[in-house]
Design a protein around this ligand. Structure first.
Ligand code: DON
Length: 590
């Protein structure tokens, strides 16, 4: 029986209308428009339209049904959530090569209820030792995006194999060969191609076919496309995974796979060397911790900006009665957008790899700073982005991505987001090794002040430096309630990751949605620059008109994120929400 039954909407509508003092003109539009979307939204709020999967012992939610099935099988066979997560991570590298990977990197949060600990495994890619600040600029000092996105120098040293192996070693019960076995089988025997897989390779073919090594793997010998329903095999990838299973994770960094990567680099003028690979190590970090309406929020710390800014935005939004203001009402979207703008302005100024730069993390995530920022928000008018600069948190204290969530009844929960950056990363397959390399170097600021592929501005803190980790937005998040795992979430989506994750948290905590409704509901996004609220389909024209009357520019674009999520009810029931924005998404309970 779901606990999250939202109170009747009419009562909320009355509160919402009485709380705000609008100008007469806006007020008239507001009250007129408000009744229509409220009725439409009730089906989402009451969970009448979207229904989660349910499990007694465990839940998995991934972006591919084959990976979900494999993770489910691990749990059914007595493995724990970390075993299932690592096995799913390797399986996704086979079934979803546009984002699942061994040639990229990511972040994994693991919550262990028994020891009351949440740890963060940072397996983000690192810049090669020969990287330098101006490597993606031309002679005139202008940033050249082609260089940071589609060349061998676009790749950071991959972290996925070392990161997943570390998680397994620390918390798992399976051996690495056991965790790799399903992926090896899928790569070797192949799988039936789903429509999304075929469509992706069709759309990206101009870019991918430029490289012989990539064409050989993803297209038929005559260059034609694989069609949905056909079987797709990856023998080179199977051999690579088998070598890692036989020789251990360091094989990727010091064995034949490392040699293949180093040769690929040498043949194409890439900076990454065998020494860079041999030197790569993942790191265990403290996640960022904050609170929201009594819940404990744990999310990824730098080199991701995700944890800092989800906590910062939640701190700002905690000062409003979001529940009373209503789900996706103009007023709620307005304050969310204002909080988002201020957080992304700070991101541009302060965030970078804490192994290289000081980040005022305590200041950014403090309630006092949130209060200061909230005081700047005018409830009736948008603040133009040009009037927002990075704030002044307390000084520095001394000193196509894919997300999956897995939780079990031993008290373990795993929230993992990993990526090769764009769909298919750099588009370059390591010849003979069968996997795509990331283009994560584009997440550095090629030139401070110049936007990256997601329009994100970065500053000095995120400039290219040797062996530095590039700033990320990935936000694997675990919310605890009274010391127990409660919500496990996160998302792909570049700059939209932090705001997507924020909205799943708010949809559950503020709006009382069940987890399937919380991930399915229409989302919004504001990243300070460009100065606009980006919305998905499903926000009413009346709401848009109200936002425009407040001075917001509103732009409707394609769907954002894919937040495969889990909510654990008070009675221990696991509920899972697969994000419908990915046609292959799947949640499975046990
Ligand atoms: O680390 C980051 O923030 C980006 N490289 C993530 C890219 C991404 O989410 C692409 N997927 N949709």
């Amino acid at each position: 029986m779901p606990r999250f039954i939202a109170p009747a909407l009419p009562a909320r509508r009355v509160i919402a209308l009485s709380v705000f003092c609008l100008t007469t003109a806006v007020s008239a539009t507001f009250s007129m428009a408000f009744s229509t979307p409220a009725l439409a939204q009730s089906a989402i709020l009451e969970g009448e339209r979207f229904h989660p999967q349910v499990g007694e012992h465990a839940m998995v939610a991934t972006s591919h049904y084959l990976a979900s099935q494999i993770a489910h099988d691990v749990l059914e066979g007595g493995g724990n959530a970390v075993d299932a997560a690592v096995t799913a991570g390797f399986a996704l590298a086979v079934t979803q090569p546009r984002s699942g990977n061994i040639g990229g990197g990511g972040f994994m949060l693991i919550s262990d209820e028994k020891s009351d600990k949440v740890i963060a495994i940072d397996y983000r890619e690192k810049a090669p030792a020969a990287a330098y600040e101006t490597m993606f600029q031309n002679e005139q000092g202008e940033a050249v995006s082609e260089l940071s996105r589609y060349t061998h120098n676009a790749s950071g040293v991959p972290g996925t194999v070392a990161g997943l192996a570390l998680a397994l070693d620390k918390y798992g019960t399976l051996t690495l060969p056991q965790a790799l076995a399903p992926a090896i089988k899928l790569a070797d025997e192949g799988f039936v191609i789903p429509p999304r897989f075929a469509e992706g390779l069709d759309e990206a073919q101009d870019r991918l076919k430029q490289w012989d090594s990539t064409r050989k793997v993803f297209y038929k010998p005559d260059g034609s496309l694989y069609r949905a329903g056909e079987r797709f095999r990856q023998p080179d990838l199977a051999a690579t995974l088998k070598r890692i299973a036989d020789k251990g994770p360091r094989e990727f960094y010091e064995g034949k796979t490392a040699e293949l990567i180093a040769t690929e680099m040498k043949n194409h003028g890439g900076l990454m060397t065998a020494k860079d690979l041999a030197g790569y190590q993942p790191t265990i970090r403290e996640p960022v911790h904050g609170t929201y309406r009594g819940y404990d929020i744990y999310a990824m710390s730098p080199p991701s900006s995700g944890g800092a800014h989800i906590v910062q935005m939640l701190n700002i939004l905690e000062g409003y009665d979001i529940h009373a203001m209503g789900f996706n009402s103009a007023r709620t979207i307005h304050v969310m957008s204002e909080a988002m703008k201020r957080a992304y302005a700070d991101r541009a100024e302060y965030l970078g790899d804490t192994d290289f730069v000081d980040v005022p993390l305590k200041g950014i995530t403090s309630k006092a700073y949130a209060e200061e920022l909230r005081a700047q928000i005018d409830l009736d008018h948008a603040t133009p982005s040009k009037e927002i600069a990075a704030g002044h948190p307390l000084p520095y204290e001394s000193n196509e991505t894919t997300h999956f969530s897995i939780a079990d009844d031993s008290g373990l929960a795993v929230s993992n987001t990993y990526t090769i950056n764009f769909s298919y990363g750099s588009g370059i397959v390591v010849d003979g090794a069968g996997f795509l390399l990331n283009n994560e170097m584009d997440d550095f600021s090629a030139k401070p002040g110049t936007p990256n592929a997601y329009g994100l501005i970065g500053g000095e803190a995120n400039k290219v430096e040797p062996e530095k980790r590039m700033l990320s937005s990935m936000t694997p998040t675990i919310v605890k309630k009274d010391g127990k795992n409660f919500l496990v979430t996160g998302s792909p989506g570049g700059s939209r990751i932090i705001t997507t994750t924020l909205q799943v948290v708010m949809n559950v905590i503020d709006h009382g949605m069940n987890i399937q409704s919380a991930v399915s509901a229409p989302r919004i996004h504001d990243q300070w620059l460009p100065d606009e609220i980006r919305i998905e389909d499903g926000i009413s024209p009346d709401t848009i008109a109200l936002l425009e009357a407040m001075g917001h520019k509103v732009s409707q674009q394609e769907a954002m994120g894919a937040a495969q999520s889990i909510l654990i009810e008070d009675d221990g029931t696991f509920t899972g929400g697969a994000d419908p924005r990915r046609s292959t998404s799947s949640a499975m309970g046990l």
